[in-house]
Design a protein. Structure first.
Length: 268
């Protein structure tokens, strides 16, 4: 499969849920270059998921511009063409096999997209799914395997932008670390522009090239921290002093944004 990439660009984005309500989000400028991995952190309710849903086209911005341009009224399974999305829950159809779940986006569009067996096998290898498991009903798979299926489904149409909303929050620590490493590898191999929403500071630093901290009222970008670590990463990086310094920098930025409230809601 050919590597894909995209650039995300946001300008003067304002969003409110009710026409007569307050703005919940105001992003004057956010540009993500091709192939960059950005994590978004911030205290609970600051608007991380809202921002991701706006980028995906699942919400319509009231004001401002977004590139790539979202398609209005997209639903949760059918984001606009060039975007793949992974949620905290794998959201699989339980009676379909893993393979049939992965192929769903190819069936749902106005034009059915054909995906060759070769491309599908290469995708399963990429996300770490064994061929024999892809013929099992998704309800018979473990939580970690279901998340791998969800990831394969997000990648099946070869998006240039991958959006992830707390994808590993429900997994145990070891599995979470394995998937963090795998997703980072996939991002690296494919130069896939990726935006991750997370509450976990170590996860954000481990996976990203850049960490953006949201906060304030309305919520806006309070800090934008470059993660200058090698792009090829494995679990041993977590013992590295540069990694710990970055975790401290991000922690301080979160404290500066919302004080002690943030510290209680964002985990290390
Ligand atoms: N459909 C909705 N209608 C009205 N307000 C909403 C809606 N969805 C979210 N909000 C509000 O918008 C704000 C931002 O919510 P959002 O879910 O984006 O925050 P978040 O940072 O992702 O939170 P968390 O980390 O807890 O998931 C919150 O105050 C939330 O209550």
């Amino acid at each position: 499969m050919k590597p894909s990439s995209a650039k995300l660009s946001i300008s003067d984005l304002r969003f409110r849920f009710a026409a007569d309500g307050p703005d919940v989000l105001h992003v004057p400028q956010l540009t993500v270059p091709n192939g960059q991995f950005v994590s978004i952190l911030g205290s609970s309710g600051c608007g991380k998921s809202t921002l991701l849903r706006l980028i995906a086209g699942l919400l319509n911005p009231g004001h401002g511009t977004l590139f790539p341009t979202p398609t209005p009224n997209a639903d949760s399974q059918r984001q606009h063409g060039d975007v793949g999305m992974v949620f905290q829950s794998a959201n699989l159809v339980p009676w379909r096999t893993a393979r049939q779940n992965v192929l769903l986006p190819a069936e749902l569009g106005r034009t059915r997209v054909s995906v060759s067996d070769e491309r599908l096998s290469s995708l399963f290898r990429l996300v770490g799914l064994r061929e024999q498991d892809t013929h099992k009903r998704s309800s018979a798979l473990s939580g970690g395997m279901q998340m791998r299926v969800s990831l394969a489904r997000a990648l099946v149409l070869q998006p240039s932008l991958l959006l992830m909303d707390e994808p590993f929050a429900a997994l145990d620590d070891l599995l979470r670390m394995q998937l963090e490493e795998d997703v980072r590898r996939i991002h690296h191999e494919r130069s896939l522009t990726t935006v991750l929403v997370t509450h976990n500071i170590q996860e954000a630093v481990f996976m990203s090239d850049r960490v953006v901290v949201l906060g304030g009222q309305p919520s806006s970008i309070q800090a934008d921290i470059e993660v200058s670590l090698p792009s090829d990463r494995d679990w041993q990086l977590r013992a590295n002093s540069a990694f710990h310094e970055l975790v401290n920098t991000v922690t301080e930025a979160l404290h500066a944004t919302s004080g002690d409230r943030t510290a209680a809601e964002v985990s290390l």
